[in-house]
Structures are given as C-alpha cells and as structure tokens.
Design a protein around this ligand. Structure first.
Ligand SMILES: Cc1cc2nc3c(=O)[nH]c(=O)nc-3n(C[C@H](O)[C@H](O)[C@H](O)COP(=O)(O)OP(=O)(O)OC[C@H]3O[C@@H](n4cnc5c(N)ncnc54)[C@H](O)[C@@H]3O)c2cc1C
Length: 358
C-alpha cells in the first residue's frame, strides 16, 4: 500500500512558521506543508501594507538585520538592503561610524529591553554569537521598505497551502498524542506520522494552553511623510541614536521612520512624542523645520517578550511539548536568545530538527 506523505501542520505564518515550511521542504522534499494563519496576511509581526493615511506603502515596523544573522541571511538578499549606517550621540551631538561605542543601544535594540536589565545570558549570545566583533559580520542592514517583498514573499512559496483566517482554537489528544486541530469553522485530523509545529507568539500560545503569558515590552514606530526627499548627513539613510528619544531613524525617499524600543509602560502623549522626535531629527540634520510633517504612530504594546533575567528564566528549554508530535517555534521559544528575526529562523530549524527525531 502506498504510504501517505508526512504532513506538517504549521500554526502561524510569521517568520518562524514560514521558515519551518522552507526547512521541512529542504529536509523532506516529499512532505506536505500546510500553514494555518489566524490573520489576514502572512508575516506576523513583519509585513508591509498600503497605508491610507499617509498614502504610501509602509512596513508595519522597520526591521534591522545584522550581518551576523546568518540563519536569516540564508533566506534574504542583503544586496537589496541598505547597508550604510552612522551613529549619533544626542547629548554631545556628534557622529560616529563605530557602533562599538554604543553597546547599550545595540543591546537595547536587539532585546527590546533596557541594556542594564537584559538577561546576562542573552547579552552573552549577542556579544559572542549573534554580534561578533569581526568586520565581515559587523554589517547592519535595514530593509528600506517592503518587508513583505524582501522577506515574507520569499518564504511563502514553500508552503503547499497557506490558509489565512484560520485560527487554531484547540488541540485534542488521543493516546497521549495530538490527534485533532480545531480551527474556527473546521477540524483537521492529524495523521499518525504527521507533525504539528506551533509557531505562534507567546500570548497566543498561552491563550491555547492556559499558561500565563510572559511579560512583554513595547516598541513605537513613527513614520513621517514629507512632500520632498529627506536627506540625512552624508547622504546616509540609516542612523542609530544614542541617549536620544528615538533609537534609530531611517529614510526612504520622502518617508522618515523612527523606532523607539523598550518604551515605558505609559509613554504619555504620543502625538507630542512624535513632534519631539521630529525636533530631534531636526537637530541631527542641522535644520529647523517650520512644521512637523504628517505622521503615523504605531504603538506595538506587546512587540516582544521582555528579555530581562526573570522572563528569560521562564522561556522553554527545547521545542518539545507535552505531545510527542507537537513542537514549538517562534522568537520567544529560544531561551538565551534575543527575540528577533534571526531567532525566529533559528527556532524553526530547531523545531524541524527535533520533529525528525521521532
Ligand atoms: C515594532 C517591532 C520592531 C521590530 N524590529 C525588529 C528588528 O529590527 N530586527 C529584528 O530582527 N526583529 C525585530 N522585531 C522582532 C521580529 O519582528 C520578531 O522577532 C519576528 O517577526 C517574530 O516572528 P515569529 O514567527 O516568531 O512570530 P510572529 O511574527 O508573531 O508570528 C506568529 C504568527 O502566528 C499567528 N497566530 C497566532 N495565534 C494563532 C492561532 N491560534 N492560529 C493561527 N495562527 C496564529 C499570528 O497571527 C502570527 O502571524 C520587531 C518586532 C516589532 C513588533
């Protein structure tokens, strides 16, 4: 009798879920991959869309990738990304090309946690593994625009089926194994050899399992749109800011994006914050704008889990779950690693690898 090919039921179409589909296809070309996504688009926390308010295409959040992110680099084309970067200290108002002078900015940006609160294990991973001090891997890239085009669309073809608006509601078990998945409106039987990878964010995972969510930190992105191209000093499009309001600013033609990570729980008046950040960019550019251009604020309240020591201690130790045929992936599942795109890919590699052992 002909054996049915193994099916991987992947829950979540963020970078972790999409990477799972790609890695499964690389390891078992005959396997079928089905991704179930609760939302209306793939990409999870990383996607682009047409913004009606500013009348242009925007990323939901500007993403920075570093040269040492070799797992992610396998899937993207860094040549398409912006690579020239400068650093500016908002107190002394001086520029630098050497990011080694700004370790706190780098750690805070990568962990979305104040550098002095970041778990030492994650710090170590960043300093020695994710962010080595060697020149080749020291590049910092930003996507300029269109994360969907530059990352997400490259992955989606690896899923045999990508089912949007398919929210997993529960997992039923039989004889100690996951046996059935219930989605809004349908049920899916899990075959004897099939595998399930839960590649959902921590809060969604806890809604499914009844566990207590880990603490989260916020990120604010502000996008300004002017009528003319915006110039930063030295024609650089990408600047890290130390001791300022924003941590990074990015320019893409007439759009300026600002990112503020590890934002306090009550950030206050966001409209005023956006005006103040624009003034800060004025100082950096050595100009005095007559007015603040149109802007759009994204307050990502639960952008990533907090990466302080206590929260890191509660992260999973492996991809294993209570069921031998269900595995975990997602940026928050890799203990001692910063929550970022690279870790999402790394978690997918681990989940698929562990699934092949049974
Ligand atoms: C504002 C912001 C800025 C960031 N900046 C950077 C950066 O500069 N560099 C960097 O490397 N990283 C950055 N990150 C982090 C990066 O976006 C994440 O680490 C990465 O996208 C996580 O991918 P993931 O697949 O683990 O999770 P997610 O992207 O959260 O994907 C999980 C998916 O699961 C789906 N889902 C949830 N529950 C269910 C369910 N029950 N059924 C079906 N589907 C479900 C969700 O809809 C979602 O699509 C940033 C994040 C934010 C929010």
């Amino acid at each position: 009798m002909e054996q049915r090919p193994v099916t991987y039921h992947i829950i979540g179409s963020g970078v972790a879920g999409l990477s799972c589909a790609k890695i499964v296809k690389e390891k078992i070309p005959s396997a079928k991959t089905i991704i179930y996504e609760a939302g209306e688009h793939p990409g999870g926390r990383c996607y682009s869309y047409e913004d009606k308010d500013l009348g242009c295409r925007l990323d939901n959040a500007t993403h920075v990738v570093i040269g040492a992110n070799k797992h992610l680099a396998r899937f993207i084309n860094p040549a398409e990304w912006e690579q020239e970067c400068r650093f500016w200290d908002a107190h002394s108002e001086t520029f630098s090309t050497n990011y080694r002078n700004f370790p706190d900015l780098i750690i805070k940006s990568m962990t979305n946690t104040p550098a002095d609160k970041t778990a030492p294990e994650i710090r170590k991973t960043i300093l020695w593994k994710t962010f080595p001090w060697n020149k080749k891997q020291r590049k910092i890239y930003f996507s300029k625009n269109d994360l969907s085009q530059r990352i997400i669309n490259l992955f989606t073809s690896y899923a045999d089926e990508l089912l949007l608006n398919s929210k997993l509601l529960k997992i039923d078990s039989q004889f100690g194994r996951a046996a059935q998945l219930t989605f809004s409106g349908k049920q899916v039987e899990i075959g004897a050899n099939d595998k399930v990878i839960l590649a959902v964010d921590n809060r969604s995972f806890c809604r499914l399992t009844g566990e207590t969510p880990l603490g989260h930190n916020a990120i604010i992105n502000i996008f300004y749109r002017t009528s003319q191209k915006i110039y930063l000093p030295d024609n650089i499009n990408f600047i890290g800011i130390s001791r300022g309001l924003a941590d990074w600013i990015f320019v893409n033609d007439n759009i300026l994006g600002a990112t503020l990570s590890a934002v306090p729980e009550n950030p206050g008046d966001l409209q005023q914050l956006a005006r103040d950040v624009w003034k800060e960019t004025d100082r950096l550019r050595g100009v005095n704008s007559a007015f603040v251009p149109s802007f759009k604020i994204f307050y990502h309240k639960t952008a990533t889990i907090s990466q302080d020591r206590a929260t890191n201690d509660k992260r999973p130790l492996s991809a294993a779950t209570q069921y031998p045929n269900v595995f975990l992936a997602g940026d928050w599942t890799m203990k001692d690693h910063p929550c970022c795109l690279e870790t999402a890919v790394l978690s997918a590699e681990r989940a698929v690898k562990e699934s092949l052992k049974i």
